[in-house]
Design a protein around this ligand. Structure first.
Ligand code: BES
Ligand code: ZN
Length: 622
């Protein structure tokens, strides 16, 4: 038995080879359906339902260690349960109340997915205790020194589990279709507060021990932990912000509309089902704009512009409380169902709160960046289809405008075909019917067919799912969105082109959206003198708005506008948000001198980046 058991993990990896298995007479009756190409786990046979996590946070060793206690449901009465792990040191496994170790085996390491952890169980086994510690460079974790925080006094730790990094800090069945409830007991240094994607404390306690509960079943990519010198400020009864003390007031000001956003979202698509909605603003190395961890969105400080101009991020992460956290992409190949829906929902919230023109401007900015992405990937590239295939690749590569913006425009097209009111009521019942369930691309198309198209050829042709989902690029009949405010900027742009004199323009182009559009639509062949004059008029090189900085420094890199290099360097060293880093580095490396500069800056900057960011940039600069 033991021998056979140790063989299993190896065989499972090659489970496609059924004939070979038969020849070796291995006792697996049913072939294992691997619906999620990024997980080794065997949920069709034995699935997790609840986690009790006990972890100590050790800042000296940069390590988490403790125990994950999994409650399982062995539906097929099999003698093996499989978890995903990557880089974890598994010390011991015990079953139920037994003290003896259970048999377990780690399979071979696969490039992106790590190692399967197979544990021998009996049909009666209810609980599995996995004693473990995290490995060096666990990809989900970023350990910050005091220097890398706003306060400069205490270290900081945060996790980023999406897409498949939860397995680098918890042994788990790491597939978005597998949900579980959890409790956690986390021990941290007494000076620090711990927060999770769960019910959270608002103040530190004397013991450094924090207990958490998440009563709604969530997938493991929504497991999250942050530890640092963190304080809390309420916005209203159910919303609030967490940040380092020196940031708290500013953050509270910036996100003052949070409560209104939740109310607006509820009016659109039904109750907010998670209790509280809070946001934690992290140190600047956080690799994303935001991460929709349930009850506690993690956010980059680069959205704290001081003028509330970048709060669409809040609308976005909040919207995930429906699209993503309630109805979840079944695998990472269905990722557009998380992000495309969320962008659509985000813009609906913005439209309600700030008016249709605001939403329209965001839509046009999104459209322009989608066109660039399609051009970069190639109009015919299979990666420009909504049903992309990330099998044998890192699903992190799926984070592109295709899922976000092409997904958005597909939904917008459905809205247009059947009318806003009808689409809204469809969405409301969709979120209700599939709450706490997962959704695949094909099942969603089936939903549209049975609930919206209902055999009507005209609607079917208008929606044109086939072209949107299975074909690359954009459907021929697609019409680009138009913003009146941006049209006015185009007129100003033309005048500037003749006059070459930007003096006074900053009074006419004043909002962040307009400035971004202005920078992005400056002529390709613009000269250094003109750039300098524009900079003098607007002060873009020293802007305090990270979106504008990113756009401007990218232009500076393209046009070799060296005046902007020192602040650009500063930005690249201090900010770890991948979306901002990539375009600047990409532009820099196009020339030999630029590449030299990029490498020089990267040398100082890399230690500040999270693995998600440095892996992408390592690839770029190699
Ligand atoms: N869930 C994503 C972040 C993510 C996606 C992390 C895939 C890892 C893998 C989050 O909701 C997101 O979309 N963030 C955007 C925010 C923006 C669209 C407002 C970001 O980080 O830029
Ligand atoms: Zn998102």
């Amino acid at each position: 038995m033991k021998k056979l058991f140790l063989l299993l993990p190896v065989l499972i990896i090659f489970s496609c080879n059924q004939d070979k298995k038969k020849a070796e007479n291995v006792a697996i009756e049913e072939p294992i359906k691997r619906q999620d190409p990024h997980s080794f786990s065997n949920p069709e046979q034995c699935i997790v339902t609840h986690l009790d996590l006990k972890l100590k946070v050790n800042f000296t060793a940069k390590e988490l260690n403790g125990e994950a206690v999994w409650t399982i449901n062995n539906t097929q009465k099999v003698d093996e349960v499989i978890f995903d792990t990557k880089g974890l040191n598994i010390e011991k496994v015990t079953l139920d109340n037994q003290t003896d170790s259970a048999f377990f085996a780690l399979g071979d390491e696969e490039e992106f997915t790590g190692k399967p952890l197979s544990i021998q169980i009996t049909p009666q086994t209810k609980k599995i205790h996995i004693f473990y510690s995290t490995g060096e460079n666990a990809a989900a974790l970023q350990w910050l020194t005091a220097q890398q925080t706003a306060g400069k006094k205490q270290p900081y730790l945060f996790t980023q589990s999406e897409a498949i990094l939860a397995r680098t800090w918890i042994p788990t069945q790491d597939s978005p279709a597998i949900r579980f409830t959890y409790t956690a007991d986390i021990t941290v240094p007494k000076e620090l507060l711990a927060l999770m994607s769960a019910q959270n404390p608002t103040v530190k306690n004397e013991t450094g021990q924090y207990h958490f509960e998440q009563k709604q079943a969530i997938p493991s990519y929504l497991m999250a932990l942050a530890v640092g010198d963190i304080t809390f400020k309420a916005i209203d009864n159910r919303t609030g912000v967490y940040a380092e003390p020196s940031m708290l007031e500013k953050v509270g000001y910036e996100f003052a509309d949070m409560g209104k956003m939740v109310n607006t979202a509820e009016k659109l698509y039904g109750d907010y089902r998670w209790g509280r909605y809070d946001i934690l603003v992290l140190p600047p190395s956080f690799p994303f704009g935001g991460m929709e961890n349930p009850m506690l969105t993690f956010a980059t400080p680069t959205v704290i512009a001081g003028d509330r101009s970048l709060v669409s991020l809040v609308a976005h992460e909040l919207a995930h409380s429906w699209s993503g956290n309630l109805v979840t992409n079944a695998t990472w190949n269905d990722f557009w169902l998380n992000e495309g829906f969320t962008v659509y929902f985000e813009r609906r919230i913005l439209e309600e709160l700030y008016g249709p023109e605001e939403a329209k401007m965001q839509e046009v900015l999104g459209y322009n960046s989608l066109m660039e992405t399609i051009q970069d990937l190639g109009e015919k590239s299979p990666d420009t289809r909504l049903n992309v295939d990330f099998t044998n690749r890192d699903p992190d590569g799926g984070v592109s405008d295709i899922a976000y913006e092409k997904g958005y425009f597909f939904l917008k097209n459905i809205e247009k075909a059947i009318g806003k009111t009808q689409f809204d009521s469809f969405l409301k019942s969709y979120f209700n019917e599939y709450a706490f369930k997962s959704m695949t691309n094909d099942r969603f198309l089936e939903e549209i067919n049975t609930k919206l198209i209902k055999g009507n050829e005209e609607i079917k042709n208008k929606i044109n799912s086939y072209a949107w989902v299975y074909q690359p690029g954009l459907p021929k009949e697609f019409k680009a969105p138009v913003s009146t405010k941006f049209k006015q900027i185009e007129i100003l742009q033309k005048a500037l082109n003749t006059s070459k004199n930007p003096v006074g323009l900053s009074n006419k182009i004043s909002s962040t959206n307009e400035k971004l559009y202005f920078i992005n639509t400056l002529p390709q062949n613009i000269g250094l003198n003109e750039i300098q004059a524009i900079d003098k008029e607007f002060g873009f090189s020293n802007s305090g708005n990270a979106e504008i900085q990113c756009a401007w420094y990218t232009l500076a890199a393209k046009t070799k506008y060296a005046v902007a290099y020192p602040p650009m360097k500063n930005f690249l060293i201090n900010v770890g948000r991948r979306k901002f880093l990539m375009p600047i580095y990409k532009e820099l490396i196009k020339t030999p001198e630029g590449k030299k500069l990029a490498k020089e800056i990267y040398l100082s900057a890399r230690p500040n980046y999270h693995s998600v960011a440095y892996n992408s940039i390592d690839n770029l600069l190699k």
